[in-house]
Design a protein around this ligand. Sequence first.
Ligand SMILES: Nc1nc2c(ncn2[C@@H]2O[C@H](COP(=O)(O)OP(=O)(O)OP(=O)(O)O)[C@@H](O)[C@H]2O)c(=O)[nH]1
Ligand SMILES: [Mg+2]
Length: 352
Amino acid sequence: MSRERKEISGQNDCRSNEKKVRQAFGENAVILHKKTIVEKRWFGLRNVSEIEVIAALSLEPTKQAEQKKERVIDQSVDVTKPVAPSSFDHHLPEVIIQMKSLLERQGVKERLVNVVIEEALKQYYRQSERQSLDELLKTSLSPFFNDPLNVGRLKESSKVAVFLGPTGVGKTTTIAKVAAMYKLKQNKTIGLLRLDTYRIAAVEQLMTYSKILNVPIEVAYSADDYKQALEKLSHVDIIFVDTAGRNYLVSDHVTALEAIVNQTNEHTEYLLTLSLTTKETDLDQLLEQFRDFPIHQLVFTKLDETNTYGSLLNVTNELNKPIAFIGNGQDVPEDLTMFDLSTIIKFMQKGR
Ligand SMILES: Nc1nc2c(ncn2[C@@H]2O[C@H](COP(=O)(O)OP(=O)(O)OP(=O)(O)O)[C@@H](O)[C@H]2O)c(=O)[nH]1
Ligand SMILES: [Mg+2]
């Protein structure tokens, strides 16, 4: 396949972009995809967006398409608006169409689908050999799941791991699983701390796990209690803090977490725990509430209760945080898994 690259620049609007592409490549050129790739400020006076256009020469659509990449300086496009869905989808290679449809069915947000597809198109035309859907998914999705070194563990320096999240997502269950892993497989000394400043939930569940694992437990009902409890457990390697589930769609409940944030130091990490069965719109609202909270890693639960995994991509991309653990069942300690892109891709394609 031959390739050709031409730079197109100058003042223009969307319509003139298409005109310019056609002038450069001929009347049969088709714009497959376009994206704002740079936003520049000219001495703080105005924004300039640079548009990357992927165009194809299409005598017989698709089969004889030659890929061409254009950079067009476009000073008229509002960079905050999502790119409109392309009416040229049917000119995309079959494997890319399959990928797009799979991501959409999996609940990946439209804007993110566009970004991933763009990455996939680059991969597709960069390789001389055609890639399978599986390979393309892997290479295009992996940049979103940054920091693979953190997969399946707390931060190296963590001494206090605080699990936060809405009611009933599986915080206590996941703590039991992770604590067991650290104690039994890594020979770490563990302490459990139940923080419940609202006195809303029973502590028995965590007590039971502390007995089974034979590890100390402290209960704190106030910021002062919490400080003292941390001190009492300071002899262990890792303290797992189980917070009471709250309706974090209420912003006051996030603000109330200040009691624990005041005890944060470089050895503390916050793990936002979310269920994969939560509606995407609710997740969006929840993430908004946690925007200013120092979340370090993500935990997803109930992988076993869903066949759509778009939230993994949506949330990771939104917060730009790694996924530390995934809960995939009710059994403690075995139903704990580490994020593995290949497995998620397999689930996405074939179901569980
Ligand atoms: N299917 C499935 N169920 C899970 C998973 N993790 C937890 N659960 C179940 O979800 C329910 C709630 O779990 P908890 O650990 O009590 O949830 P929590 O977030 O601590 O709840 P609160 O403290 O009340 O906010 C229990 O029935 C768990 O067995 C999981 O990965 N998969
Ligand atoms: Mg709990």
